[in-house]
Design a protein around this ligand. Structure first.
Ligand SMILES: Nc1ncnc2c1ncn2[C@@H]1O[C@H](COP(=O)(O)OP(=O)(O)OP(=O)(O)O)[C@@H](O)[C@H]1O
Length: 864
């Protein structure tokens, strides 16, 4: 598809200022720092605008005797301490502002070789000069308003065309394909050349931004980089294969004049850049081809004039605020050329020869031409003469003819090395620079932007609208909303072509008439629409006003409610305060009580511990006591048994003696008195018969009488009423008789005497011992070592305890026991009285009783 060519429109094309207002070339002077401490300076800054140059002894003037101090004045003089940022803000930034406003500008650095021109223009990676900062500011400013790549396309005639979106897209795709298919042609890098990637990584961008941007236009930036070497123009951005560049130098370019009488390099490569980095890459690509040489005065001396041009193309957006209006006439193109001139040098100092000498000659020639052009221009302007300005004598002046002779803002930075050795050249430079300030250049034309009757701010409105539609899409709302902005944003379509083709222009007039009638109708329609919209807005406003009144009423009601609520909150807060105080005092009391409880609990725990300790002690004492009692009991019983055994022995021997005596007495009686023997025999017989009959007779009762004088005399104790009851069981109080379930009947005279008693076989109920009983008797029956039945009565006092129980303190052990008068030899236990037992045996056996009395020591009662 062919690019859209703009039709001729009834518009003001940029032309020379009618008023003829001009501005002088603005010249700034910058001193570079001295290299060596031993260097002598020949320059002194006398004010921010003036500098004094004093001739050193070595200078030609001094030798010629014409030496005198000369003071030069400039727009501003920068001393060697002024940094790149300040130089840019003063010199470069106004040119960038003009560029964005659509005005042309030219800045060139001029000075002796090694005076800091390249440093001022390009700077260093971390401290950029005017050129990188210019690019930074441009892109900072147009960042949000950049046109898509290939929207504008250079037409090779120093102009631009606007491509349709489709064409631009197609070119972008082709571009991508080209990049994929072939490796970009790389220009070989010299060892001394810095790596652009490294420089880009370490560079510090300038953050300055210009405000005067038109938000409803799209912008595109194009750069060209050319050098003028030996009075020939070369395109430094031309794509040349590596090997070709080594064998064959760059092609020379010719200068041409476009339709607007602007000079341009024909066929120059103009690169569209969309970021400062892209622009730097292009610059460094060209920089590698730039002719630089090591000379006596500068290790990297520029052997050519280099011109880095930035063209800014801007065009308004359509009524939707989205696409560039496809009208070439609406474009505004502005250009800023940054020129790093080669340094002027005296061959006597540089000691150049051969190629370097030829280069130097060409450099000096072109600079001389620049000087003479400006001088003649100045003279023409001052004296009104019309001398021909020799622009064509040098490519440099020829290229800038459109600035010097046309319009634009021209500025110059004169770089100077203040050391005495440079004095002679510096003086020439200063003279020229000061003279240049008197050259007047036509003020740059303010570009006329076509009035399409479009609403300002439409790009923003469109962006907001699109964002809203996108958001609605995301929210699932059908966002097919037509954008009816025609009536709002546009008066009508473009004007018809006004090229007058016939002699009276009737066709044009007729077309224009139709167009204007249409436009008037359109305007009338717009006015009607406007009125309708005004009505709508009025109605809307009255509605809003009504709502406003209602809202105010509501607001006052809410205010009253709010006040009421506030007072309620205050009273509640005061109540809450008093409650909190009460609460805190209660809390204090509670804490105190809790402390007391803790103390009491502690005391209780101590007491309980003491109690349990004493219980343990009591238990121990009891155990010890019981063990001692047991031991004593065993000891005593052992002793008693031993004694009993001895007594038995004694008794047996006594019995034997007595039996012998009786036998002898009986024998004697038998022999001496048969009556007495028969009565005596009767008496024995009676006893026997009585025993057999089980009844007690009168005669036998005599034998069983209470021991009296007879029985004592005879040593018999058959029945002693004093021994019928155990005296130890006597006493006041009620007894608790704890006896076995089925006791063996004692059948003895020795029975415990318990008048009041309560008998139990098992102690299961504690009340048995705690209620109504004062004394306790435990009866046990077991066999002794001889197999005899042995009845033991353990007696004690019941003592109530503090815990509501009772304890028994044993105080008496009574042992009731029968033993056979014949001893163990008589056979197994025989508790039955033998019928054949004689009265003497009975008396002997019953005379022995064992009793246990107080002090827990049982003892044997002596035979009465
Ligand atoms: N203001 C400055 N501050 C620090 N260094 C500077 C300054 N001006 C120049 N220099 C240094 O001086 C040296 C020469 O500067 P530069 O190459 O810019 O000179 P030039 O005028 O471009 O020379 P030529 O005409 O030979 O190309 C460089 O190393 C540069 O870094």
């Amino acid at each position: 598809m062919k690019p859209v060519r703009a039709r001729n429109l009834p518009r003001k094309t940029p032309s020379k200022s009618k008023s003829g207002s001009k501005d002088p070339v603005q010249v700034y002077c910058r001193l570079r720092p001295m290299q060596n401490e031993s260097d002598v300076s020949c320059m002194t800054i006398t004010s921010p605008q003036s500098i004094r140059v004093s001739p050193p002894d070595s200078s030609t003037n001094y030798r010629a005797g014409t030496a005198k101090d000369v003071v030069y004045s400039f727009k501003r003089v920068f001393d060697d301490s002024v940094g790149q940022q300040e130089v840019f803000q003063t010199v470069g930034l106004p040119l960038v502002k003009s560029l964005i406003d659509g005005k042309n500008g030219l800045l060139f650095a001029y000075g002796v070789t090694g005076s800091g021109k390249t440093y001022t223009m390009n700077g260093e990676p971390r401290d950029g000069g005017i050129m990188p900062r210019t690019l930074d500011v441009i892109f900072n400013t147009i960042a949000d308003y950049q046109a898509k790549r290939y929207t504008f396309k250079a037409d090779k005639m120093n102009g631009f065309e606007i491509q349709s979106d489709v064409d631009a897209l197609q070119e972008r795709q082709q571009d991508i394909l080209r990049n994929l298919e072939s490796r970009p042609l790389r220009t070989p890098r010299k060892n001394s050349d810095p790596d652009p990637e490294v420089i880009l990584q370490c560079r510090l961008p300038d953050a300055t931004k210009v405000d005067s941007i038109c938000a409803d236009s799209s912008y595109a930036v194009f750069v060209t980089y050319v050098e003028i070497y030996n009075n020939s123009v070369y395109d430094l951005l031309e794509d040349v294969p590596d090997d070709m560049l080594r064998n064959k130098p760059l092609q020379m370019k010719i200068l041409r004049e476009d339709a607007s009488k602007n000079m341009y390099v024909h066929g120059v490569t103009e690169v569209e850049v969309q970021s400062p980095e892209e622009a730097f890459k292009a610059f460094y690509k060209g920089q590698r081809k730039k002719r630089v040489a090591n000379t006596m005065l500068n290790s990297e001396s520029s052997r050519s004039h280099s011109i880095f041009s930035i063209r800014l193309v801007q065009a308004p957006l359509d009524y939707h605020g989205e696409h560039v209006i496809q009208d070439k006439g609406s474009m505004v193109i502005s250009q800023l050329s940054l020129v790093d001139l080669a340094g002027c040098e005296r061959t006597s100092r540089t000691k150049n020869s051969g190629q370097r000498l030829r280069e130097a000659g060409n450099i000096n020639n072109s600079l001389m031409t620049l000087r003479s052009c400006l001088e003649i221009l100045r003279e023409n302007q001052l004296n009104g003469t019309k001398q021909i300005v020799p622009y064509r004598d040098s490519k440099l002046t020829h290229l800038f003819k459109s600035y010097l002779d046309g319009e634009g803002e021209v500025r110059m930075v004169v770089c100077a090395n203040p050391r005495a050795e440079d004095y002679d050249e510096t003086l020439q430079v200063m003279k020229f620079a000061e003279m240049s300030q008197e050259v007047q250049i036509a003020r740059p034309i303010v570009p006329v932007r076509l009035d399409y009757g479009l609403t300002p701010g439409r790009r923003k409105a469109n962006q907001v609208f699109r964002t809203a539609v996108r958001q609605m899409h995301e929210d699932g709302i059908n966002a097919n909303i037509p954008v009816d902005v025609d009536l709002v944003y546009s008066l009508s379509t473009d004007f018809p072509s006004m090229d007058i083709l016939d002699h009276n222009g009737s066709k044009v007039i007729a077309d224009l008439k139709v167009f204007l009638e249409e436009r008037m109708k359109h305007r009338a329609m717009l006015q009607r629409d406007l009125l309708a919209k005004q009505e709508q807005i009025r109605a809307l406003l009255s509605e809003v006003e009504r709502e406003n009144v209602l809202t105010k009423q509501e607001s006052s009601t809410l205010h009253a409610q709010l006040e009421h609520e506030r007072s309620r909150i205050q009273s509640l807060q005061s109540k809450m305060g008093s409650l909190e105080r009460q609460n805190s005092s209660l809390q204090r009391r509670y804490d105190e009580q809790e402390q007391q409880i803790n103390l009491l609990q502690q005391e209780k725990a101590d007491l309980e511990m003491a109690l349990s300790q004493s219980a343990i002690d009591r238990q121990k004492v009891k155990h010890r006591y019981n063990a001692k009692v047991q031991m004593e009991t065993e000891k005593i019983s052992h002793e008693l048994e031993k004694k009993l055994e001895r007594d038995r022995q004694v008794l047996r021997s006594q019995l034997r003696e007595r039996d012998d005596k009786i036998r002898r007495v009986a024998q004697a009686l038998k022999e001496s008195a048969p009556h007495s023997s028969s009565s005596s025999a009767n008496s024995v017989t009676n006893v026997t018969s009585k025993s057999d009959g089980g009844t007690t007779t009168q005669s036998s009762s005599a034998l069983l009488k209470t021991p009296g004088a007879d029985s004592r005399r005879m040593g018999l104790a058959l029945r002693n009423p004093r021994h019928r009851r155990s005296r130890s069981a006597e006493g006041a109080g009620r007894w608790l008789d704890h006896c076995p379930a089925a006791p063996v009947p004692l059948g003895t005279v020795l029975q415990p005497n318990m008048k009041k008693r309560k008998s139990v076989t098992k102690l299961t109920d504690v009340k048995d011992i705690t209620k109504g009983t004062e004394r306790y008797c435990l009866t046990t029956q077991e066999q002794d070592t001889d197999g005899e039945l042995e009845t033991r009565l353990y007696k004690g006092d019941i003592v109530p305890t503090c815990s509501g129980g009772a304890q028994v303190i044993f105080s008496d052990v009574e042992l009731l026991k029968q033993s056979s008068p014949t001893g163990n030899a008589a056979g197994p236990v025989t508790r039955k009285r033998s019928a054949q037992m004689s009265g003497v045996d009975i008396a002997e056996r019953c005379s022995t009783a064992v009793e246990g009395h107080g002090n827990k020591r049982p003892h044997i009662l002596p035979k009465p």
